[in-house]
Design a protein around this ligand. Sequence first.
Ligand code: UDP
Length: 369
Amino acid sequence: MYDIIIAGAGLYGAVIAYEAKKKGLKCLVVEKRDHTGGNIYCKKMNGINVHYYGAHIFHTSNEKVWKYVNQFVQFNHYVNSPIANYKGELYNLPFNMNTFYQLWKVKAPKEAKQKIEEQRQVFKEHEPANLEEMALSLVGKDIYFKLIKGYTEKQWGKPATEIPAFIIKRLPLRFTFDNNYFNDPYQGIPIGGYNTLIDELLKDTEVRLNTDFLKEKENYISQSKKVIYTGEIDRYFDYCFGRLEYRSLEFDHQLMKGCSNYQGNAVINYTEKEVPYTRILEHKHFEFGQQADTVVTKEYSVDYKEKTDPYYPINDQKNNELYTRYDELAKSHPKLHFGGRLGSYKYYNMDQVIESALNDSTTLLNNLQ
Ligand code: UDP
C-alpha cells in the first residue's frame, strides 16, 4: 500500500513526490516514457544538453519558487533574447527599441510610440476579442504582419482571429533597448541541465518507467490512499464528454559535426508562414557551450492526433467550458487529484507548475500523514 501514487514524472509530479518524501510518505511514480522529466527532459548529444521536447527557459517573479529550485540546482546567467527571421530580415524580440529601429529606423522612444500610435487599430465598440485584434491594438500593423501573424498561425494551426487574445500578452512590449524576452527578475538554465533538477527531486523515490498508468488504473487506485494524475484529464475519463483540443509539436534534431556555431543564438523564430517550422534552436547557447560540434532543432507545430503528444492546451472558451465539466467530474472522485499543464488544462510555464504543485501538496499531503 502506498500513501500516494503519481502518474507522470514531469515537473509537477516530481515536486509532489519530493514534498511527499519530505513528509515521510510512501510514494510511487509511474511514467509512460522511458525517462523522467516530462517535457523538460534533456538528451545528451555529443556533450550538449538537447532540450528534447522544445526550449525550456526557466523564469519567474515568484521568489518562493526561485528559492525552491535553487535548493536542488544552480542556474546559469542565460537570458532569453530570441531573434525573429522574417523573409531573411532579422529583428530582435520581444518588441523593443531595437526592433523599432530595425523596422522603422526610429531612435527615440517618443518616435517609436508615435509610429505605433499611427498604426494601432483602436477598438471602440468592444474589447479586442481575439489575438489578431489584441495584437493590432497593442503594436499596430507592421509588427503584427511581420512578426506575429505568420508565427502565430503556424504555431496554433488556425487563423489569428480564432486564437484567444491573452496569448499575445505573454510577450512584453517595451520602449527601452532591452532584448530580454521575459520581465521576470529571475531567469536561467540549470547548470548541468534540467535532468539534474528532476533527478534531485526524485532522488530516493520509487519510479517505474515504461509504465502506462491508465492500463492498470483500477489496480493503482486500490493500492494507494491518494492518486495524482498529470496526464490529459479528458483521456483519464475516456473522453466521456468529448475531446479537449491540444496543439502538438514535432522536432527535427540534427547533430552537426565540426560546426561549432550554426546560428549564433539559442532561439531564432521564423515568423513568416511560408517557412514550415516555427523556430530553430541551437542548444549549446543555452549553456554557453564551447563544444566543437553543435545540435540544432527545427520545431514544427502540428495537429494533435492519437499518436502525437499533447503540448499546449487550447484555452479558448469552448475548450475551457469542456474542461470545467471534466474538472467537476474529477471533484466527485475524492481519492483523485489532477495537476500540471495537462491535468489542469492550463498554459502553464514551469514556475507556475511548481507554484501549483507546492500549493496543492500542502492540502493533499497533510491529510495523508
Ligand atoms: N509570438 C509571435 N511571434 C514570435 C513569438 C511569439 O507572434 O516570434 C506569439 C505567438 O502567438 C505565440 C505567443 O506569442 O503563440 C506566445 O509565445 P511564447 O514564446 O510565449 O510561446 P511558447 O514559448 O510557450 O511556445
